[in-house]
Design a protein around this ligand. Structure first.
Ligand SMILES: Nc1ncnc2c1ncn2[C@@H]1O[C@H](COP(=O)(O)OP(=O)(O)OP(=O)(O)O)[C@@H](O)[C@H]1O
Ligand SMILES: [Mg+2]
Length: 363
């Protein structure tokens, strides 16, 4: 139903979408999650051409909507959009808000638009508010009206951008319930949300956005229970991360240790765990890995802290030939590192310019 290929959107200072490639089938309910600024809103705004993509193509029902010859207004009628701020017309009553577009754009008679509008208001539980003005409604009620208004255009696809984030917490549930009903009716939905429980419950597919695109794509179970990629894992498990890349053998070792201590203080990591992670880095990073690396090298050090599990993990990635630290002659350093950790694992890795990966669970 929607096919996106090599979609890119660049602004003068940032390029939130670098290369997005996804296919969305009819009836799919997709939650779009990810850190702030990763292009979630930009993606759904591109899908109904509120933003003009810099490059790439978007196809909707076999029509290339990024093509200049495409009649975008016709395509937009297939797509309803619901925003964080409800964007209702304040000078019109609720029912007039819902009737306006079907009469103007679909050529419906007043009677037809009214009947359909009332039916939709009933489905969102607001028939008794038909003659009120938007300012007389609560936030949750306004958002339900905005959803009814989108539905009045009989769209096949509904795009929702953080539909509940501007609401008082007591009203989130009523709006989410309305959206869940839509999902059951077989409409194709794409919902950007920061509410993870909702994202999981409603969707049959989840896009985790990061690094300029859909970074990981899977079922809710895959993304929430068993994410595979580094950034997804960090996001889902709320990991606090300290990360640095070392490219010189005479890097500032003392400064590095100070930065680790600061990270520990800021995130309330037990002090002894930080001391152990410093010891692990000194033995594995400085004594074993650095001497093996070429003059020009790249060594990434990340310390990930899970507040939920009070677990601290160090991830070392480095380039060059495959080198398993456990085969090092430096038995003493290896032993010292093992004493400070629960487990040390080595693997070869691909991507981002690194070839070796060491994961250490700090004691
Ligand atoms: N019209 C614009 N002009 C310039 N930059 C923009 C514009 N719209 C968005 N951006 C930038 O593009 C990046 C992605 O923005 P976007 O709104 O898509 O993020 P998001 O994932 O929806 O974030 P959030 O979760 O905070 O809503 C941000 O760095 C933002 O500042
Ligand atoms: Mg956004």
């Amino acid at each position: 139903m929607i096919k996106i290929s090599h979609l890119k959107k660049a602004y003068p200072n940032v390029t939130p979408l670098k290369d997005v490639n996804v296919e969305i089938h009819k009836g799919a309910v997709i939650s779009i999650i990810g850190p702030s600024g990763t292009g979630k809103s930009t993606l759904i705004r591109c899908i109904n051409m509120l933003e003009t993509p810099t490059a790439g193509e978007i196809w909707v029902d076999g029509e290339c909507i990024t093509d200049k010859k495409c009649n975008i207004n016709k395509i937009r009628q297939k797509m309803g959009m619901v925003f964080q701020s409800f964007n209702l017309f304040h000078h019109m009553t609720i029912i007039e808000n819902i009737m306006a577009a079907p009469m103007d754009l679909l050529g419906k008679s007043k009677q037809e638009a009214y009947e359909k509008g009332m039916e939709l208001l009933r489905t969102v539980g607001l028939a008794d508010k038909a003659l009120n003005y938007p300012d007389e409604l609560s936030g949750g009620q306004k958002q339900r009206v905005a959803i009814a208004r989108a539905l009045a255009m009989e769209p096949e696809i509904i795009l929702l951008d953080e539909p509940t984030s501007a609401l008082d917490p007591t009203m989130v549930g009523e709006v989410q319930a309305v959206i869940k009903d839509l999902a059951k009716k077989g409409l194709t939905l794409m919902i950007v949300t920061h509410e993870m429980r909702f994202a999981r419950e409603i969707a049959n597919r989840v896009f985790y956005m990061d690094e300029g695109g859909v970074y990981e794509d899977g079922t809710p179970e895959q993304i929430f229970d068993n994410p595979q990629k580094e950034k997804t894992i960090r996001f889902i498990k709320h990991l606090k991360v300290f990360e640095t890349i070392i490219t010189s053998k005479d890097f500032d070792f003392i400064g590095f240790n100070t930065a680790l201590e600061e990270f520990g203080r800021k995130n309330q990591v037990a002090q002894r765990a930080i001391l152990r992670s410093q010891a692990v880095f000194e033995e594995l990073g400085v004594q074993i890995i650095l001497p093996q690396l070429a003059d020009e090298f790249k060594l990434s050090v990340a310390l990930e802290y899970s507040q939920d599990e009070e677990a601290l993990t160090m991830v070392l990635k480095y380039d060059g030939a495959p080198f398993d630290i456990k085969t090092s002659d430096n038995v003493l350093s290896l032993k010292l590192a093992q004493n400070a950790s629960q487990s040390i694992e080595y693997a070869q890795c691909e991507g981002e310019g690194f070839t070796n990966l060491v994961t250490v669970k700090i004691k």
